[in-house]
Ligand binder design. Structure first.
Ligand SMILES: O=P(O)(O)OC[C@H]1O[C@H](OP(=O)(O)OP(=O)(O)O)[C@H](O)[C@@H]1O
Ligand code: HPA
Length: 185
């Protein structure tokens, strides 16, 4: 079912702003600095997880002032829904990752199924080391592994359905300039 323009505008107008644009920008600066400290000199191969990772990746890259390679992959399990299903690979990475330090970049660590599966895939492809970077880590006890954390996290966020900075609500509002929680979700 499609959602009308007016309904989508209402979703934005009624949403709660969880993190302002300024807070997100500061978080991305901190992430860039931590990633630089850890990965500078290690010739890393970065993978943007499409679609959600697009904005974080785009904003991080110019702040990482050392040699690296950037590619993308596409895996999805929420589609237009607010609960996750089976992970579907839409595009597996083609780059040769044997012996490389790989950094997976995504918008959100929610239950962690997506990042876990991508990290396992990269290890199976021969990556020497796989690290992960997410803009937000949703705080709840439903992680697919109880201790699951990204190596680089921008912000811890509450357990609500979020949109903005790459995260979508029914395919919309990835462009929202901050992190927002849908009213009632
Ligand atoms: O930790 P998890 O519970 O696995 O959820 C996180 C994943 O869900 C979202 O992707 P989605 O499947 O919505 O695809 P999209 O990036 O195209 O929106 C998000 O971008 C992460 O990749
Ligand atoms: O809260 C969320 N919002 C958008 N996409 C998501 N994918 C997992 N969790 C979320």
């Amino acid at each position: 079912m499609t959602t009308s323009h007016d309904e989508l505008q209402k979703v934005f107008d009624e949403a709660d702003c969880i993190c302002t644009e300024q807070e997100v920008q500061q978080a991305i600066e901190r992430m860039a600095s931590a990633i630089t400290d850890q990965l500078k000199g290690r010739d890393p191969l970065l993978f943007c997880v499409m679609n959600g990772g697009l904005i974080l990746m785009g904003q991080l890259l110019p702040k990482l002032k050392f040699p690296l390679q950037a590619e993308y992959l596409h895996a999805t399990r929420y589609r237009q829904e607010t609960t996750g299903g089976i992970l579907e690979w839409k595009l597996r990475p083609e780059a040769d990752m044997r012996g490389r330090t790989v950094l997976i970049v995504d918008d959100i660590l929610d239950e962690g199924t997506t990042l876990n599966a991508i990290a396992d895939y990269c290890k199976a492809q021969g990556a020497a080391e796989v690290q992960t970077a997410v803009l937000v880590d949703k705080q709840h006890d439903r992680k697919c592994r109880p201790d699951l954390k990204a190596d680089f996290t921008g912000l811890d966020v509450e357990d609500r359905f979020l949109f903005g900075y790459g995260m979508d609500y029914k395919g919309y509002w990835r462009n929202a300039p901050g992190i927002y929680a849908v009213k009632g979700l």
